[in-house]
Write a protein that binds this ligand. Structure first.
Ligand SMILES: Nc1nc2c(ncn2[C@@H]2O[C@H](COP(=O)(O)OP(=O)(O)O)[C@@H](O)[C@H]2O)c(=O)[nH]1
Ligand SMILES: Nc1ncnc2c1ncn2[C@@H]1O[C@H](COP(=O)(O)OP(=O)(O)O)[C@@H](O)[C@H]1O
Length: 399
């Protein structure tokens, strides 16, 4: 049967926790997991984002963790529900698409980051009702046509896909713009940022450093789009081992001769760079075909045919024009609500003014959560019971 309601301390009482003073506590909440009390809320210094402090009861000390992921902005109040490896945060008085967040405290990503930094790390990810589309990782040798295929996809479905803008230490080509095609950077800066844990993956490719920052993937998710990553085979392997669940596609040339012709005709590389890329291509193709990393291999012989097959893989075939963008399902939580937890169900009791108890409930099912930073925590399901005066966006009410 069900468990007792989770320990919820909504708005820390009296500004004190274990005898320690908390200043300006009105919008703070705590959630206790094991020996640690996570104090979550608007910062005392007036910054707009929600900050996190941890009180370690076993050590009797406060810890300020490194915070990864995009921080949510402050709000009028918070409820926190500890789950297995993350804390569910419900923001009061926020927009429907900004109400459900997760503070990851022991996910795969957080554990990885703690190992890199050797200190306490937590990470924010936004909650998504249902299963948002997985990001798409596209790899293949230089000159095979990855960029061309991605441009076609983004042109045909501009509201559906967003490109993860990588960092690189290579010099920009003539038409390339900083922040659009790549973030062009210096080796020492990128190495420092890698040490700080800002990259989801990175690799040395054709003599330069390339990497996908957590922020690059989150920016696309924040725009409500499906993320496309153009990365090499080593990067694809790292992403496969990471917390980012994605579809992995390898693009193969019809022959090495054709690959060389495309590279030369593109005219963007020196002779030396072309030869290096061709040397690397053989190993990349071998790894791409034989590794367990890729879900699909596509041969790019005739561009239009390859593009049609790519669309088919992504479930986009048959669309004559861009598919209508169905908005994400959102719940509009009323300002006044109380929260409790039974098994994997979070019961949100919505109290209307003048009522002590409400017959209006939203039940969030957290049994199938997936993903997290970077991107989103997906797989939230919900049921709404009763009549909602402020309405539920994009869903049918059950009664
Ligand atoms: N691991 C990794 N590889 C990347 C990243 N961005 C680009 N690459 C790969 O780096 C290689 C070289 O890319 P680029 O210099 O743009 O040359 P091109 O492939 O000839 O167009 C390609 O295989 C890209 O897929 C990244 O963020 N991470
Ligand atoms: N199927 C194809 N047939 C002929 N040329 C192609 C095909 N696909 C791409 N190209 C051309 O090959 C060159 C390399 O493509 P590009 O998209 O830059 O490759 P990548 O991003 O994989 O390095 C470009 O000049 C592009 O126009």
């Amino acid at each position: 049967m069900g468990e007792a309601p989770a320990l919820l301390v909504d708005d820390v009482q009296d500004g004190a926790l274990n005898g320690l003073e908390l200043k300006n506590v009105t919008c703070k909440t705590t959630a206790t997991v094991g020996d640690k009390a996570y104090v979550i809320g608007g910062a005392d210094d007036g910054t707009l984002s929600i900050e996190v402090q941890i009180f370690d009861r076993s050590l009797g000390e406060w810890v300020r963790p490194t915070v990864r992921g995009t921080k949510p902005v402050s709000c009028n109040g918070l409820s926190a529900v500890p789950l297995e490896d993350r804390i569910l945060i419900l923001k009061k008085g926020s927009k429907p698409d900004d109400q459900i967040w997760f503070l990851e405290i022991d996910t795969q990503y957080v554990r990885q980051q703690q190992k890199i930094l050797g200190s306490e790390v937590v990470a924010w990810s936004k909650g998504v009702i249902g299963n948002a589309e997985k990001p798409v990782v596209i790899s293949g040798p230089s000159g095979v046509g990855k960029g061309t295929l991605i441009s076609m996809l983004m042109k045909e479905f501009p509201s559906m896909f967003g490109f993860s803008v990588s960092h690189t230490t290579r010099a920009p080509r003539g038409m390339e713009k900083d922040g659009v095609h790549y973030h062009f950077t210096e080796k020492s800066i990128m190495e420092k940022e890698i040490k700080e844990g800002k990259f989801l993956e990175f690799a040395s490719v054709h003599g330069n450093l390339y990497g996908t920052s957590v922020e690059a993937v989150e920016l696309v998710a924040d725009a409500g789009k499906r993320c496309i990553l153009d990365i090499d085979v080593q990067g694809a392997r790292s992403v496969r081992a990471s917390s980012l669940e994605a579809i992995f596609i390898f693009i193969c040339p019809p022959s090495m001769e054709e690959l060389e012709k495309r590279l030369r005709d593109r005219g963007t590389e020196t002779e030396e760079q072309i030869l290096k890329r061709l040397r690397n291509a053989e190993a990349e193709i071998e790894q791409g075909k034989s590794s367990q990393v890729f879900d699909f291999i596509l041969y790019n012989e005739k561009l239009e045919e390859c593009y049609e097959r790519l669309k088919k893989l992504l479930g986009l075939d048959g669309f004559i024009t861009a598919p209508p963008k169905s908005g994400p399902i959102e719940i509009d939580l009323p300002m006044d609500h109380s929260v409790s937890k039974i098994d994997n169900k979070i019961i949100i009791n919505c109290i209307s003014s003048g009522e002590k108890e409400s017959k209006n409930l939203i039940i969030l099912d957290v049994s199938s959560l997936k993903g997290g930073v970077p991107g989103r925590t997906r797989g939230l399901n919900f049921q709404a019971i009763g009549s909602f005066s402020n309405g539920l966006n994009g869903i049918d009410q059950l009664s």
